[in-house]
Ligand binder design. Structure first.
Ligand code: ADP
Ligand code: MG
Length: 568
Protein backbone atom coordinates (compact mmCIF):
# COMPACT_ATOMS: atom_id res chain seq x y z
CA UNK A 1 0.00 0.00 0.00
CA UNK A 2 1.26 3.46 -0.84
CA UNK A 3 0.69 6.18 1.72
CA UNK A 4 -2.35 8.21 0.79
CA UNK A 5 -4.08 5.34 -0.92
CA UNK A 6 -6.62 3.39 1.06
CA UNK A 7 -6.78 -0.36 1.44
CA UNK A 8 -10.07 -1.88 0.52
CA UNK A 9 -11.32 -5.38 0.16
CA UNK A 10 -11.15 -6.13 -3.50
CA UNK A 11 -12.39 -9.72 -3.57
CA UNK A 12 -13.91 -9.12 -6.93
CA UNK A 13 -10.39 -8.87 -8.42
CA UNK A 14 -9.92 -11.41 -11.16
CA UNK A 15 -13.59 -12.36 -11.00
CA UNK A 16 -14.94 -12.19 -14.57
CA UNK A 17 -18.39 -11.38 -13.17
CA UNK A 18 -16.95 -7.98 -12.11
CA UNK A 19 -17.34 -6.75 -15.65
CA UNK A 20 -20.99 -7.77 -15.67
CA UNK A 21 -21.70 -5.85 -12.45
CA UNK A 22 -20.18 -2.64 -13.78
CA UNK A 23 -16.56 -3.12 -12.69
CA UNK A 24 -13.60 -3.38 -15.00
CA UNK A 25 -10.78 -5.83 -14.62
CA UNK A 26 -7.63 -6.10 -16.76
CA UNK A 27 -4.01 -7.12 -16.74
CA UNK A 28 -1.50 -4.58 -18.03
CA UNK A 29 2.20 -4.00 -17.96
CA UNK A 30 4.34 -1.24 -16.49
CA UNK A 31 5.19 1.26 -19.28
CA UNK A 32 8.81 1.38 -18.08
CA UNK A 33 9.26 -2.37 -17.78
CA UNK A 34 7.10 -4.70 -19.86
CA UNK A 35 7.95 -7.72 -17.74
CA UNK A 36 6.31 -6.12 -14.70
CA UNK A 37 2.64 -7.02 -14.92
CA UNK A 38 -0.20 -5.85 -12.77
CA UNK A 39 -3.86 -6.59 -12.43
CA UNK A 40 -6.03 -3.52 -12.38
CA UNK A 41 -9.61 -3.38 -11.19
CA UNK A 42 -11.97 -0.47 -11.24
CA UNK A 43 -15.02 -0.13 -9.04
CA UNK A 44 -17.38 2.81 -8.69
CA UNK A 45 -15.17 4.31 -6.01
CA UNK A 46 -11.61 3.07 -6.49
CA UNK A 47 -8.86 1.82 -8.73
CA UNK A 48 -6.87 -1.10 -7.33
CA UNK A 49 -3.47 -2.04 -8.73
CA UNK A 50 -2.00 -5.40 -7.77
CA UNK A 51 1.52 -6.36 -8.86
CA UNK A 52 1.56 -9.86 -10.31
CA UNK A 53 4.68 -11.44 -8.90
CA UNK A 54 5.72 -14.60 -7.10
CA UNK A 55 7.31 -12.73 -4.16
CA UNK A 56 4.73 -11.87 -1.51
CA UNK A 57 4.91 -8.32 -0.15
CA UNK A 58 3.49 -4.86 -0.42
CA UNK A 59 2.18 -5.03 -3.94
CA UNK A 60 -1.32 -3.65 -3.77
CA UNK A 61 -2.28 0.02 -4.10
CA UNK A 62 -5.79 1.39 -3.90
CA UNK A 63 -6.60 4.86 -5.21
CA UNK A 64 -9.89 6.57 -4.43
CA UNK A 65 -11.60 7.98 -7.48
CA UNK A 66 -12.56 11.00 -5.37
CA UNK A 67 -8.84 11.93 -5.56
CA UNK A 68 -8.70 11.51 -9.34
CA UNK A 69 -9.03 14.49 -11.69
CA UNK A 70 -8.76 12.74 -15.03
CA UNK A 71 -7.45 9.97 -17.23
CA UNK A 72 -6.10 10.02 -20.78
CA UNK A 73 -5.55 7.28 -23.35
CA UNK A 74 -2.71 7.64 -25.84
CA UNK A 75 -0.37 5.84 -28.20
CA UNK A 76 3.26 5.27 -27.32
CA UNK A 77 5.93 7.65 -28.53
CA UNK A 78 7.59 5.01 -30.75
CA UNK A 79 5.88 4.13 -34.03
CA UNK A 80 6.82 0.45 -33.74
CA UNK A 81 5.06 0.17 -30.38
CA UNK A 82 1.74 -1.66 -30.91
CA UNK A 83 0.75 -1.01 -27.32
CA UNK A 84 -1.51 1.78 -26.11
CA UNK A 85 -1.47 3.52 -22.74
CA UNK A 86 -3.82 5.06 -20.24
CA UNK A 87 -2.67 7.43 -17.53
CA UNK A 88 -4.75 8.37 -14.50
CA UNK A 89 -3.98 11.46 -12.39
CA UNK A 90 -4.58 11.34 -8.65
CA UNK A 91 -4.04 13.94 -5.92
CA UNK A 92 -4.40 11.93 -2.68
CA UNK A 93 -3.52 13.31 0.74
CA UNK A 94 0.01 12.37 1.71
CA UNK A 95 2.24 13.21 4.58
CA UNK A 96 4.23 16.42 4.10
CA UNK A 97 7.96 16.06 3.99
CA UNK A 98 9.37 16.39 7.54
CA UNK A 99 5.96 17.14 9.00
CA UNK A 100 2.98 15.40 10.51
CA UNK A 101 0.48 17.30 8.36
CA UNK A 102 -1.28 15.97 5.30
CA UNK A 103 -1.43 17.66 1.93
CA UNK A 104 -2.52 16.73 -1.59
CA UNK A 105 0.32 15.45 -3.74
CA UNK A 106 0.24 14.41 -7.38
CA UNK A 107 0.48 10.72 -8.28
CA UNK A 108 0.37 9.55 -11.89
CA UNK A 109 -0.48 5.92 -12.76
CA UNK A 110 0.24 4.75 -16.30
CA UNK A 111 -0.51 1.32 -17.80
CA UNK A 112 0.46 -0.29 -21.09
CA UNK A 113 -2.28 -2.15 -22.94
CA UNK A 114 -1.01 -4.77 -25.38
CA UNK A 115 -3.83 -7.29 -25.71
CA UNK A 116 -3.24 -7.93 -29.41
CA UNK A 117 -0.83 -6.91 -32.15
CA UNK A 118 -3.33 -4.41 -33.59
CA UNK A 119 -2.51 -0.90 -32.22
CA UNK A 120 -6.03 0.37 -32.84
CA UNK A 121 -7.65 -2.40 -30.81
CA UNK A 122 -5.24 -1.70 -27.95
CA UNK A 123 -5.98 2.05 -28.14
CA UNK A 124 -9.71 1.32 -28.03
CA UNK A 125 -9.24 -0.74 -24.89
CA UNK A 126 -7.09 1.99 -23.32
CA UNK A 127 -9.76 4.57 -24.17
CA UNK A 128 -12.46 2.34 -22.65
CA UNK A 129 -10.54 2.31 -19.38
CA UNK A 130 -9.75 6.00 -19.51
CA UNK A 131 -13.39 6.85 -20.05
CA UNK A 132 -14.56 4.57 -17.23
CA UNK A 133 -12.01 6.13 -14.84
CA UNK A 134 -13.00 9.66 -15.94
CA UNK A 135 -16.67 8.94 -15.44
CA UNK A 136 -16.03 7.32 -12.06
CA UNK A 137 -13.88 10.22 -10.89
CA UNK A 138 -16.50 12.77 -11.94
CA UNK A 139 -19.07 11.02 -9.77
CA UNK A 140 -16.71 10.79 -6.80
CA UNK A 141 -15.61 14.07 -5.25
CA UNK A 142 -14.99 15.42 -1.76
CA UNK A 143 -18.41 16.56 -0.58
CA UNK A 144 -19.73 18.03 2.62
CA UNK A 145 -22.48 15.90 4.07
CA UNK A 146 -25.99 17.23 3.63
CA UNK A 147 -25.04 19.69 0.88
CA UNK A 148 -26.56 19.42 -2.58
CA UNK A 149 -23.96 20.10 -5.25
CA UNK A 150 -24.32 20.50 -8.99
CA UNK A 151 -21.43 19.81 -11.32
CA UNK A 152 -19.95 21.97 -14.04
CA UNK A 153 -20.93 21.18 -17.62
CA UNK A 154 -18.32 18.96 -19.32
CA UNK A 155 -16.17 19.74 -21.11
CA UNK A 156 -16.07 22.82 -18.92
CA UNK A 157 -15.19 25.79 -21.15
CA UNK A 158 -13.38 27.97 -18.66
CA UNK A 159 -12.26 31.58 -18.78
CA UNK A 160 -9.34 32.08 -16.42
CA UNK A 161 -8.60 35.70 -15.51
CA UNK A 162 -5.13 36.30 -14.13
CA UNK A 163 -3.95 39.50 -12.48
CA UNK A 164 -0.21 39.51 -13.21
CA UNK A 165 0.41 42.11 -10.49
CA UNK A 166 -1.44 40.44 -7.63
CA UNK A 167 0.48 39.16 -4.64
CA UNK A 168 4.19 39.10 -5.35
CA UNK A 169 3.52 39.50 -9.07
CA UNK A 170 3.88 35.76 -9.62
CA UNK A 171 0.35 34.72 -10.51
CA UNK A 172 1.29 33.86 -14.10
CA UNK A 173 4.29 31.78 -13.08
CA UNK A 174 2.19 30.00 -10.46
CA UNK A 175 -0.41 29.30 -13.10
CA UNK A 176 2.03 27.81 -15.60
CA UNK A 177 3.98 25.99 -12.88
CA UNK A 178 1.07 24.35 -11.06
CA UNK A 179 -2.33 24.77 -12.66
CA UNK A 180 -1.79 24.51 -16.40
CA UNK A 181 -0.76 20.81 -16.26
CA UNK A 182 -3.67 19.97 -13.93
CA UNK A 183 -6.18 21.46 -16.35
CA UNK A 184 -4.66 19.37 -19.16
CA UNK A 185 -4.85 16.24 -17.00
CA UNK A 186 -8.50 16.99 -16.24
CA UNK A 187 -9.25 17.81 -19.92
CA UNK A 188 -10.52 21.28 -19.03
CA UNK A 189 -10.43 23.57 -22.08
CA UNK A 190 -9.58 27.08 -20.97
CA UNK A 191 -8.80 30.54 -22.23
CA UNK A 192 -6.35 32.59 -20.26
CA UNK A 193 -7.02 36.31 -19.96
CA UNK A 194 -4.31 38.44 -18.43
CA UNK A 195 -5.76 41.62 -17.01
CA UNK A 196 -4.04 44.83 -17.96
CA UNK A 197 -5.42 47.27 -15.46
CA UNK A 198 -7.83 47.61 -12.60
CA UNK A 199 -11.48 47.05 -13.62
CA UNK A 200 -10.40 45.29 -16.81
CA UNK A 201 -11.99 42.01 -15.66
CA UNK A 202 -15.11 43.85 -14.51
CA UNK A 203 -15.61 45.44 -17.90
CA UNK A 204 -14.81 42.21 -19.71
CA UNK A 205 -17.39 40.04 -17.91
CA UNK A 206 -19.97 42.82 -18.12
CA UNK A 207 -19.87 42.51 -21.90
CA UNK A 208 -18.86 38.86 -22.40
CA UNK A 209 -21.01 36.41 -24.31
CA UNK A 210 -21.52 34.08 -21.37
CA UNK A 211 -23.02 31.34 -23.53
CA UNK A 212 -19.40 30.60 -24.50
CA UNK A 213 -18.32 29.86 -20.94
CA UNK A 214 -19.20 27.17 -18.42
CA UNK A 215 -17.09 28.70 -15.65
CA UNK A 216 -15.32 31.96 -14.85
CA UNK A 217 -12.21 31.47 -12.75
CA UNK A 218 -9.88 34.06 -11.31
CA UNK A 219 -6.26 33.54 -10.39
CA UNK A 220 -5.43 36.47 -8.14
CA UNK A 221 -6.40 37.71 -4.72
CA UNK A 222 -9.96 38.50 -3.68
CA UNK A 223 -9.92 41.87 -5.46
CA UNK A 224 -10.21 40.36 -8.93
CA UNK A 225 -13.25 38.25 -7.99
CA UNK A 226 -14.83 41.39 -6.55
CA UNK A 227 -14.43 42.93 -10.02
CA UNK A 228 -15.93 39.88 -11.74
CA UNK A 229 -18.95 39.64 -9.45
CA UNK A 230 -19.73 43.33 -9.81
CA UNK A 231 -19.23 43.14 -13.57
CA UNK A 232 -21.75 40.30 -13.74
CA UNK A 233 -24.21 42.16 -11.52
CA UNK A 234 -24.02 45.20 -13.84
CA UNK A 235 -25.40 43.15 -16.74
CA UNK A 236 -28.99 43.39 -17.84
CA UNK A 237 -29.19 39.59 -17.62
CA UNK A 238 -27.57 39.57 -14.15
CA UNK A 239 -29.86 36.84 -12.86
CA UNK A 240 -28.82 34.42 -15.58
CA UNK A 241 -25.21 35.65 -15.53
CA UNK A 242 -24.94 34.86 -11.83
CA UNK A 243 -25.68 31.23 -12.62
CA UNK A 244 -22.22 30.96 -14.20
CA UNK A 245 -20.06 28.93 -11.80
CA UNK A 246 -17.23 31.03 -10.35
CA UNK A 247 -13.89 29.58 -9.34
CA UNK A 248 -10.90 30.94 -7.49
CA UNK A 249 -7.20 30.08 -7.47
CA UNK A 250 -4.95 31.81 -4.91
CA UNK A 251 -2.57 34.12 -6.75
CA UNK A 252 -2.74 37.23 -4.60
CA UNK A 253 -1.64 38.32 -1.18
CA UNK A 254 -5.20 38.31 0.18
CA UNK A 255 -6.55 34.85 -0.69
CA UNK A 256 -9.44 34.71 1.75
CA UNK A 257 -11.96 33.00 -0.51
CA UNK A 258 -9.40 30.44 -1.68
CA UNK A 259 -8.57 29.62 1.94
CA UNK A 260 -12.30 29.38 2.72
CA UNK A 261 -13.05 27.13 -0.27
CA UNK A 262 -10.18 24.87 0.79
CA UNK A 263 -11.52 24.84 4.36
CA UNK A 264 -15.08 24.02 3.22
CA UNK A 265 -13.70 20.92 1.46
CA UNK A 266 -12.77 19.66 4.95
CA UNK A 267 -9.10 19.39 4.01
CA UNK A 268 -6.34 20.01 6.58
CA UNK A 269 -5.01 23.60 6.64
CA UNK A 270 -2.77 24.55 3.71
CA UNK A 271 -0.84 27.62 2.61
CA UNK A 272 0.96 28.94 -0.45
CA UNK A 273 1.52 26.33 -3.16
CA UNK A 274 -0.30 23.62 -1.21
CA UNK A 275 -3.37 25.84 -1.07
CA UNK A 276 -3.02 26.49 -4.79
CA UNK A 277 -2.84 22.78 -5.54
CA UNK A 278 -5.91 22.12 -3.40
CA UNK A 279 -7.93 24.86 -5.13
CA UNK A 280 -6.73 23.61 -8.53
CA UNK A 281 -7.86 20.12 -7.56
CA UNK A 282 -11.32 21.37 -6.50
CA UNK A 283 -11.61 23.32 -9.74
CA UNK A 284 -10.85 20.19 -11.78
CA UNK A 285 -13.39 18.17 -9.78
CA UNK A 286 -15.99 20.78 -10.73
CA UNK A 287 -18.52 20.53 -7.90
CA UNK A 288 -20.67 23.64 -7.71
CA UNK A 289 -22.36 24.97 -4.58
CA UNK A 290 -24.14 28.20 -3.70
CA UNK A 291 -22.42 31.41 -2.68
CA UNK A 292 -24.09 34.13 -0.63
CA UNK A 293 -23.58 37.70 -1.76
CA UNK A 294 -24.05 40.85 0.26
CA UNK A 295 -25.57 43.93 -1.32
CA UNK A 296 -23.83 47.06 -0.06
CA UNK A 297 -25.11 50.64 -0.33
CA UNK A 298 -22.70 53.53 -0.07
CA UNK A 299 -23.64 57.07 0.72
CA UNK A 300 -23.33 58.24 -2.91
CA UNK A 301 -26.06 55.65 -3.70
CA UNK A 302 -23.56 53.38 -5.32
CA UNK A 303 -24.49 49.74 -4.84
CA UNK A 304 -21.87 46.97 -4.72
CA UNK A 305 -21.99 43.22 -4.34
CA UNK A 306 -19.59 41.58 -1.96
CA UNK A 307 -18.69 37.92 -1.34
CA UNK A 308 -16.26 38.29 1.55
CA UNK A 309 -16.26 41.24 3.91
CA UNK A 310 -17.10 44.79 4.85
CA UNK A 311 -14.51 46.29 7.18
CA UNK A 312 -13.92 49.55 9.01
CA UNK A 313 -11.27 50.54 11.51
CA UNK A 314 -8.29 48.36 12.34
CA UNK A 315 -8.87 45.60 9.75
CA UNK A 316 -9.60 48.00 6.89
CA UNK A 317 -6.58 50.16 7.79
CA UNK A 318 -4.27 47.14 7.89
CA UNK A 319 -5.58 45.92 4.55
CA UNK A 320 -4.94 49.19 2.77
CA UNK A 321 -1.79 50.26 4.63
CA UNK A 322 -0.15 46.87 4.04
CA UNK A 323 -0.48 47.32 0.26
CA UNK A 324 3.05 48.68 0.32
CA UNK A 325 4.34 45.34 1.61
CA UNK A 326 2.59 43.27 -1.08
CA UNK A 327 5.95 42.00 -2.38
CA UNK A 328 6.22 39.81 0.74
CA UNK A 329 2.94 38.00 -0.05
CA UNK A 330 0.35 36.96 2.52
CA UNK A 331 2.61 37.88 5.45
CA UNK A 332 1.92 41.53 4.56
CA UNK A 333 -1.14 41.43 6.84
CA UNK A 334 0.94 40.40 9.86
CA UNK A 335 3.40 43.21 9.15
CA UNK A 336 0.53 45.66 8.71
CA UNK A 337 -1.07 44.44 11.94
CA UNK A 338 2.12 45.06 13.93
CA UNK A 339 2.56 48.53 12.44
CA UNK A 340 -1.09 49.46 13.08
CA UNK A 341 -0.92 48.11 16.64
CA UNK A 342 1.86 50.58 17.35
CA UNK A 343 -0.46 53.41 16.30
CA UNK A 344 -3.68 51.90 17.58
CA UNK A 345 -6.58 54.32 17.32
CA UNK A 346 -10.25 54.54 18.16
CA UNK A 347 -12.86 55.03 15.44
CA UNK A 348 -16.11 56.76 16.31
CA UNK A 349 -19.32 55.71 14.68
CA UNK A 350 -22.75 54.17 15.03
CA UNK A 351 -23.56 50.56 14.32
CA UNK A 352 -26.93 48.81 14.01
CA UNK A 353 -27.92 45.42 12.73
CA UNK A 354 -30.80 43.03 12.14
CA UNK A 355 -29.96 39.90 14.15
CA UNK A 356 -30.62 36.46 12.75
CA UNK A 357 -33.89 35.17 14.10
CA UNK A 358 -36.23 32.58 12.73
CA UNK A 359 -38.54 35.36 11.58
CA UNK A 360 -35.82 37.18 9.66
CA UNK A 361 -34.61 34.10 7.78
CA UNK A 362 -34.59 34.55 4.06
CA UNK A 363 -35.49 31.65 1.81
CA UNK A 364 -32.37 30.37 0.03
CA UNK A 365 -32.04 31.49 -3.57
CA UNK A 366 -34.78 34.11 -3.23
CA UNK A 367 -33.01 36.62 -5.40
CA UNK A 368 -36.08 38.77 -5.86
CA UNK A 369 -38.47 39.86 -3.24
CA UNK A 370 -41.64 41.81 -3.63
CA UNK A 371 -41.68 42.92 -0.03
CA UNK A 372 -41.57 46.66 0.33
CA UNK A 373 -38.59 48.07 2.24
CA UNK A 374 -39.14 47.88 6.00
CA UNK A 375 -40.78 51.02 7.35
CA UNK A 376 -38.33 53.42 8.99
CA UNK A 377 -39.02 53.47 12.71
CA UNK A 378 -35.88 53.86 14.76
CA UNK A 379 -34.95 57.45 15.43
CA UNK A 380 -31.17 56.97 15.52
CA UNK A 381 -28.73 56.18 12.74
CA UNK A 382 -30.28 58.44 10.17
CA UNK A 383 -27.85 61.31 9.92
CA UNK A 384 -26.36 62.03 6.57
CA UNK A 385 -22.68 62.61 7.27
CA UNK A 386 -20.16 64.48 5.17
CA UNK A 387 -17.83 62.02 3.51
CA UNK A 388 -14.61 61.88 1.59
CA UNK A 389 -14.86 60.11 -1.77
CA UNK A 390 -12.28 57.41 -2.24
CA UNK A 391 -13.86 55.26 -4.91
CA UNK A 392 -11.35 53.19 -6.82
CA UNK A 393 -13.15 53.06 -10.15
CA UNK A 394 -11.04 54.50 -12.93
CA UNK A 395 -12.82 56.61 -15.52
CA UNK A 396 -12.14 56.66 -19.23
CA UNK A 397 -9.88 53.67 -19.36
CA UNK A 398 -9.26 51.90 -22.61
CA UNK A 399 -9.74 48.19 -22.56
CA UNK A 400 -7.52 45.69 -24.26
CA UNK A 401 -7.81 41.96 -23.79
CA UNK A 402 -4.74 39.83 -24.14
CA UNK A 403 -4.80 36.09 -24.06
CA UNK A 404 -1.71 33.96 -23.99
CA UNK A 405 -1.66 30.52 -25.42
CA UNK A 406 0.13 28.35 -22.92
CA UNK A 407 -0.79 24.86 -24.04
CA UNK A 408 -2.95 22.82 -26.34
CA UNK A 409 -6.21 23.27 -24.47
CA UNK A 410 -5.73 27.00 -24.06
CA UNK A 411 -7.49 29.06 -26.70
CA UNK A 412 -5.94 32.22 -28.01
CA UNK A 413 -8.11 35.24 -28.59
CA UNK A 414 -7.27 38.85 -29.09
CA UNK A 415 -9.98 41.32 -28.62
CA UNK A 416 -9.57 45.04 -28.52
CA UNK A 417 -12.46 47.22 -27.70
CA UNK A 418 -12.05 50.85 -27.01
CA UNK A 419 -15.04 51.47 -24.85
CA UNK A 420 -14.58 54.26 -22.42
CA UNK A 421 -15.49 53.24 -18.91
CA UNK A 422 -17.55 55.84 -17.26
CA UNK A 423 -17.68 56.21 -13.53
CA UNK A 424 -21.31 55.46 -12.97
CA UNK A 425 -23.24 56.97 -10.15
CA UNK A 426 -25.87 54.29 -9.76
CA UNK A 427 -29.45 55.24 -9.23
CA UNK A 428 -31.34 54.91 -5.97
CA UNK A 429 -32.81 51.63 -4.86
CA UNK A 430 -36.27 52.65 -5.97
CA UNK A 431 -35.06 53.32 -9.49
CA UNK A 432 -36.17 50.52 -11.81
CA UNK A 433 -32.86 50.51 -13.66
CA UNK A 434 -30.83 49.34 -10.69
CA UNK A 435 -29.55 45.82 -11.16
CA UNK A 436 -29.79 43.00 -8.68
CA UNK A 437 -32.32 41.75 -6.16
CA UNK A 438 -34.42 44.07 -4.04
CA UNK A 439 -32.93 44.75 -0.61
CA UNK A 440 -36.14 44.16 1.27
CA UNK A 441 -34.49 44.50 4.70
CA UNK A 442 -32.93 47.92 4.11
CA UNK A 443 -34.62 51.29 4.45
CA UNK A 444 -33.07 54.21 2.55
CA UNK A 445 -29.70 55.22 4.01
CA UNK A 446 -31.22 58.57 4.98
CA UNK A 447 -34.02 56.84 6.88
CA UNK A 448 -33.85 55.54 10.47
CA UNK A 449 -33.28 51.81 10.93
CA UNK A 450 -36.40 49.74 11.75
CA UNK A 451 -37.31 49.01 15.37
CA UNK A 452 -36.52 45.32 14.92
CA UNK A 453 -32.85 46.24 14.53
CA UNK A 454 -30.37 46.28 17.39
CA UNK A 455 -28.54 49.56 17.85
CA UNK A 456 -25.12 49.16 19.48
CA UNK A 457 -24.75 51.47 22.48
CA UNK A 458 -21.01 51.97 22.07
CA UNK A 459 -19.83 54.58 19.63
CA UNK A 460 -16.08 54.02 20.10
CA UNK A 461 -14.72 51.09 18.13
CA UNK A 462 -11.35 49.62 17.29
CA UNK A 463 -12.78 47.58 14.45
CA UNK A 464 -16.01 46.54 12.78
CA UNK A 465 -15.85 43.52 10.51
CA UNK A 466 -18.77 41.92 8.68
CA UNK A 467 -17.58 38.70 7.07
CA UNK A 468 -19.44 35.96 5.20
CA UNK A 469 -16.72 33.36 4.60
CA UNK A 470 -14.69 31.31 7.06
CA UNK A 471 -11.34 33.00 6.38
CA UNK A 472 -10.29 36.64 6.27
CA UNK A 473 -6.85 35.65 4.98
CA UNK A 474 -4.96 32.40 4.39
CA UNK A 475 -4.00 32.24 8.06
CA UNK A 476 -6.98 34.02 9.62
CA UNK A 477 -9.78 31.58 10.40
CA UNK A 478 -12.23 34.24 11.46
CA UNK A 479 -15.56 32.37 11.44
CA UNK A 480 -15.13 28.72 12.43
CA UNK A 481 -18.73 27.76 11.62
CA UNK A 482 -19.21 29.74 8.42
CA UNK A 483 -20.16 28.21 5.09
CA UNK A 484 -20.28 29.86 1.68
CA UNK A 485 -24.06 29.58 1.67
CA UNK A 486 -25.11 29.83 5.32
CA UNK A 487 -27.17 32.95 4.62
CA UNK A 488 -25.48 34.82 7.47
CA UNK A 489 -23.37 37.95 7.83
CA UNK A 490 -20.98 37.23 10.69
CA UNK A 491 -20.57 40.58 12.43
CA UNK A 492 -17.59 41.17 14.73
CA UNK A 493 -16.73 44.37 16.50
CA UNK A 494 -14.12 45.33 19.04
CA UNK A 495 -14.89 48.29 21.26
CA UNK A 496 -12.41 50.88 22.52
CA UNK A 497 -10.49 50.06 25.68
CA UNK A 498 -8.85 46.88 24.45
CA UNK A 499 -5.10 46.84 25.10
CA UNK A 500 -2.55 46.32 22.34
CA UNK A 501 -1.45 42.92 23.70
CA UNK A 502 -5.07 41.77 23.98
CA UNK A 503 -5.78 42.79 20.38
CA UNK A 504 -2.63 41.04 19.19
CA UNK A 505 -3.67 37.93 21.12
CA UNK A 506 -7.02 37.94 19.31
CA UNK A 507 -5.35 38.00 15.89
CA UNK A 508 -2.82 35.33 16.86
CA UNK A 509 -5.63 33.12 18.20
CA UNK A 510 -7.54 33.65 14.94
CA UNK A 511 -4.98 31.53 13.13
CA UNK A 512 -6.55 28.52 14.84
CA UNK A 513 -10.06 29.96 14.96
CA UNK A 514 -9.73 30.31 18.74
CA UNK A 515 -10.29 34.08 19.17
CA UNK A 516 -13.86 33.71 20.41
CA UNK A 517 -12.62 31.41 23.15
CA UNK A 518 -10.19 34.10 24.42
CA UNK A 519 -12.91 35.53 26.64
CA UNK A 520 -12.09 39.05 25.49
CA UNK A 521 -14.83 41.39 26.85
CA UNK A 522 -14.22 43.93 24.06
CA UNK A 523 -14.94 41.45 21.24
CA UNK A 524 -18.57 41.01 20.20
CA UNK A 525 -19.83 38.50 17.66
CA UNK A 526 -23.35 38.52 16.20
CA UNK A 527 -24.98 36.68 13.34
CA UNK A 528 -26.99 39.19 11.32
CA UNK A 529 -28.94 39.59 8.10
CA UNK A 530 -28.37 43.28 7.58
CA UNK A 531 -26.38 46.09 9.14
CA UNK A 532 -25.70 49.79 8.98
CA UNK A 533 -22.52 51.59 9.89
CA UNK A 534 -22.24 55.35 10.20
CA UNK A 535 -18.69 56.54 10.84
CA UNK A 536 -18.50 59.75 12.84
CA UNK A 537 -14.72 60.13 12.59
CA UNK A 538 -14.30 62.48 9.64
CA UNK A 539 -11.57 60.41 8.01
CA UNK A 540 -11.04 56.71 7.68
CA UNK A 541 -11.06 53.67 5.47
CA UNK A 542 -13.86 51.28 4.58
CA UNK A 543 -13.08 48.18 2.58
CA UNK A 544 -15.33 45.77 0.73
CA UNK A 545 -13.67 42.42 -0.08
CA UNK A 546 -10.33 44.10 0.69
CA UNK A 547 -10.95 46.94 -1.80
CA UNK A 548 -11.20 50.51 -0.56
CA UNK A 549 -14.60 52.12 -1.16
CA UNK A 550 -16.11 55.48 -0.51
CA UNK A 551 -15.90 56.50 3.16
CA UNK A 552 -19.17 57.35 4.86
CA UNK A 553 -22.42 55.72 5.96
CA UNK A 554 -22.88 52.26 4.54
CA UNK A 555 -25.48 49.53 4.88
CA UNK A 556 -25.65 45.94 3.76
CA UNK A 557 -27.98 42.98 3.40
CA UNK A 558 -27.31 39.31 2.69
CA UNK A 559 -28.71 37.54 -0.37
CA UNK A 560 -28.39 33.83 0.24
CA UNK A 561 -27.15 31.73 -2.66
CA UNK A 562 -27.15 34.54 -5.21
CA UNK A 563 -24.01 33.26 -6.95
CA UNK A 564 -22.54 29.82 -7.65
CA UNK A 565 -19.11 28.73 -6.51
CA UNK A 566 -16.86 25.87 -7.57
CA UNK A 567 -15.99 24.27 -4.25
CA UNK A 568 -16.04 20.92 -2.51
P1 ADP B 1 -3.96 41.01 -3.94
O1 ADP B 1 -4.52 39.95 -3.06
O2 ADP B 1 -2.52 40.80 -4.17
O3 ADP B 1 -4.32 42.36 -3.44
P2 ADP B 1 -6.10 41.32 -5.87
O4 ADP B 1 -6.70 40.29 -6.75
O5 ADP B 1 -6.90 41.71 -4.68
O6 ADP B 1 -4.66 40.82 -5.39
O7 ADP B 1 -5.78 42.56 -6.79
C1 ADP B 1 -5.32 43.78 -6.28
C2 ADP B 1 -5.91 44.91 -7.08
O8 ADP B 1 -5.44 44.89 -8.41
C3 ADP B 1 -7.42 44.87 -7.19
O9 ADP B 1 -7.89 46.16 -6.88
C4 ADP B 1 -7.69 44.55 -8.63
O10 ADP B 1 -8.90 45.15 -9.05
C5 ADP B 1 -6.51 45.21 -9.31
N1 ADP B 1 -6.11 44.69 -10.62
C6 ADP B 1 -6.59 43.66 -11.34
N2 ADP B 1 -5.87 43.49 -12.49
C7 ADP B 1 -4.92 44.46 -12.49
C8 ADP B 1 -3.88 44.83 -13.39
N3 ADP B 1 -3.66 44.13 -14.50
N4 ADP B 1 -3.08 45.85 -13.05
C9 ADP B 1 -3.26 46.53 -11.90
N5 ADP B 1 -4.24 46.26 -11.02
C10 ADP B 1 -5.07 45.23 -11.29
MG1 MG C 1 -6.70 42.29 -2.68
Amino acid sequence: MEPGASDQDQDQDRDPSCQRSGYLYGEFSDPLNDSVRCSVSLTQSSLTIQRICSVPGRTRTVFNLSDCIGCRAHRGSERADVGAYFTAYFYPFKRRWMSAGLTRLRVEQCFRVALVQDPLTNLREAERWAQAIREGSQLQAPRREGVAYATVRRPCRTMILVNPHSGRGQALQLFSGHIQAMLTEASVPYTLVITEHQNHARELVRKADLSKWDALVIMSGDGLLFEVINGLMEREDWQEAMQTPLGILPGGSGNALSASVHHYSQAPPAWNEELLLSCGFLLCKGLVGSLDLVSIHLTSRQRLFSFLSLAWGFVADVDIESEKYRHVGAIRFLMGTLVRLATLRVYQGRLAYLPVTEASKLPKGSVKSNHPPSPPQHPSLCSSLPCRLMSNSSPNQTMHVTCQSLNSNCNTITNSCNNALTTKRPESQSDQKIRGPVDSLLPGLDQPVPETWTVVKDEDFVLVLAIYQSHLAEDLWTVPGAQADDGVIHLFYVTAGISRPALLRLFLAMEKGAHLACGCPYLVYEKVRALRLEPISPQGVITVDGEMVEYGPVQAQIHPGLARLICG
